[in-house]
Every structure is written in structure tokens, then in C-alpha cells.
Design a protein around this ligand. Structure first.
Ligand code: G1P
Length: 244
């Protein structure tokens, strides 16, 4: 039973500059919703009741987005725009929310480690909100089924063109011959963060959805800075001990 989803949102968003100079990248929109709302909705639709945001300086727009906006709501009610008011109110009612500050952006692995006091000893989910995944059955819910069956950590991957592998964590995996997953499930044997096309063990690239057992915290405490000088989640997760 997974009860918490961690959303790391403390990153500086340098790849989206100048759009992210004065606003969090998680608040960039697709159509009429910020990216982070798609992620929070996926968590809610997957039946997980709480989000732990790992946040940082300059990210208060995210906290405000998931809070009541009393003045705006009153204004809309006064103008008879009740449907819109209710829509705004429902965003803050989606889930219980907890915020933990990551004082410096030292990488995704470090962000996850920062979430430990909020997560405790249970397995938990991680969503990177710049990966928006459209699926009839939410990606995270599909992963929960795999986790419930095997009791192990689960990481979502997608096939990408070889030339693009250096933008991702890449796995070496062997297909799991088990009922039900239609050849889409792999046992992870190794993972490399941002390999060159020549070094990449496959073209199966990590997308931003993880279910991790709390063993990850032990590993991350031992993980040295890797690609880009940051503490990488990939470097902590591939260690066989993490796979209960
Ligand atoms: C992060 C992870 C990487 C993963 C990617 C998916 O990288 O470190 O393993 O493939 O997200 O979006 P980032 O995009 O933050 O550099």
C-alpha cells in the first residue's frame, strides 16, 4: 500500500530559461493547467492520498496553487461564476499536501533524500512533473499493480531514439516472463545516468515515475555526485540491494 508520492520541485529549471526566470518550471502550462497539476491529478487518480513536495526558494507559486485562494474565490462567487470558483476550490482539495524545503539544488537523488522525514519507512512514489504522461489507466496506477505483485521498486521506462539517450537515465534489463504485462516489464540489471549513445546499455530510458522502497535512502546516503556533479537518483536506485 503506497500512501505518499514525492514531487521534487526545487530544481532551478535552467533548461526552460527564460520562461522560468521568475516562475517555477512546474507552473508552466499545457493548455489550461500547470504541469504540476497534471502530476498531482495522476497521484489522486492512482489512489494515493498524500503528496510530499520537495520545494525550494522561488517556488511559493506551487504552494499557493494547491491552497485556497480566498479573495479570488469570493470575487468569482460575487460575480456568479460558481462553476469556476468550485473548480478552483477542487484543486486544493485533491490531496493532503506536505512541503519540505531542499536548501540547495544538489540533484534529484538529494531531493529524494530530503523527503525522508516526510516519507518514513514505507515504500513511496516519485513523480517528476516535467514528464506529463497521458494514459487511460494512469502510469502510476499501472506501476502500483507491478509493485503489489513483486513487492519491489518499480521504475517507468520508455523507448527513445538512440541519439537521445544522453538526456535520460538508461536501464539494462531482461524481460520478465510473467502473466499480464505483455512483454512490457523488465527486471533492471543496471542503470546509467545520461550515457553517451555508445555507452548506453539499451534505449530504454527512465521517465519520471518511480516506486521506491525505503532502502533507497540507505543507498542515497552513500551515493557520490555523478553526472553533472549532482547526486543522481539513478546512481542510488540501480544497486541490487534496492530491489527487495
Ligand atoms: C531526470 C532523471 C533521469 C530521467 C529523467 C526523466 O533527469 O535523472 O534519469 O531519465 O529525469 O525525465 P533530468 O531530466 O532531471 O535531468
Amino acid at each position: 500500500m503506497i500512501r505518499k508520492a514525492v514531487l521534487p520541485v526545487a530544481g532551478l529549471g535552467t533548461r526552460f530559461l527564460p520562461a522560468t526566470k521568475a516562475q517555477p518550471k512546474e507552473m508552466l502550462t499545457i493548455v489550461d493547467k500547470p504541469l504540476v497539476q497534471y502530476a498531482v491529478e495522476e497521484v489522486a487518480e492512482s489512489g494515493i492520498p498524500m503528496v510530499v513536495f520537495v520545494t525550494g526558494r522561488g517556488k511559493t507559486a506551487i504552494e499557493n496553487h494547491f491552497d485556497y485562494s480566498v479573495e479570488l474565490e469570493q470575487e468569482l462567487a460575487g460575480r456568479g461564476k460558481l462553476e469556476l470558483r468550485n473548480q478552483l476550490r477542487s484543486i486544493s482539495g485533491l490531496l493532503d499536501v506536505m512541503y519540505i524545503r531542499q536548501k540547495e539544488a544538489r540533484g534529484l537523488g538529494h531531493a529524494i533524500l530530503t523527503a525522508e522525514p516526510g516519507v518514513g519507512p514505507e515504500a513511496f512514489a516519485v513523480l517528476l512533473s516535467d514528464d506529463v504522461i497521458r494514459s487511460r489507466v494512469p502510469c502510476l496506477r499501472q506501476m502500483l499493480e507491478v509493485h503489489e505483485h513483486f513487492g519491489a521498486s518499480v521504475i517507468a521506462v520508455q523507448r527513445v531514439p538512440r541519439r537521445d539517450v544522453s538526456s535520460y537515465g538508461v536501464i539494462r534489463g531482461e524481460p520478465v516472463r510473467d502473466r499480464g504485462w505483455h512483454g512490457r516489464l523488465f527486471r533492471i540489471l543496471d542503470m546509467v545516468e545520461k550515457p553517451s549513445p555508445a555507452e548506453a546499455p539499451s534505449n530504454l530510458a527512465v521517465v519520471g515515475r518511480y516506486i521506491l522502497t525505503s532502502a533507497i535512502f540507505v543507498e542515497l546516503k552513500e551515493t557520490r555526485p555523478g553526472a553533472g556533479g549532482e547526486i543522481q537518483l539513478t546512481d542510488g536506485t540501480w544497486l541490487p540491494q534496492s530491489y527487495g
